[in-house]
Design a protein around this ligand. Sequence first.
Ligand code: THU
Length: 129
Amino acid sequence: MSDNELNLKAKEAASRAYAPYSNFRVGCALITTSGNIYTGCNVENASYGLTICAERNAIANAINEEGIIEIAKLVVYTPTPNPTPPCGACRQVIHEFGDPEIMSYCDGSQSKKHSSSELLPHAFKLKNS
Ligand code: THU
């Protein structure tokens, strides 16, 4: 699947976001190394801190279907004029499942491409051996 098709899937997921508090509808589409595609949107809560980001929901969906996954590529769509890479919490969760290419798309024509390790250098690991 092309980057553009993955972006369309992320955008579609964003349309399903539950974001009544921020009105900021985010979508994510990821492809695992086994070739399957999963999506997620952000789900907010009246108790703001319980909000779950689109990226972490996509990862939870993938694990729910496949078990342990390795993420090959992840696309995030934000409703912004400029590309907005994932938040810090999501970077740590993405890092748990590989060192994928992370592509950030938006409503503008630009997109950004980073590796996960580029976005989260010196990542926390429980066992640092
Ligand atoms: N959000 C995401 O879904 N992904 C991110 O990487 C950053 C932020 C969501 C959380 C919240 O619902 C809204 O965007 C505003 O922060």
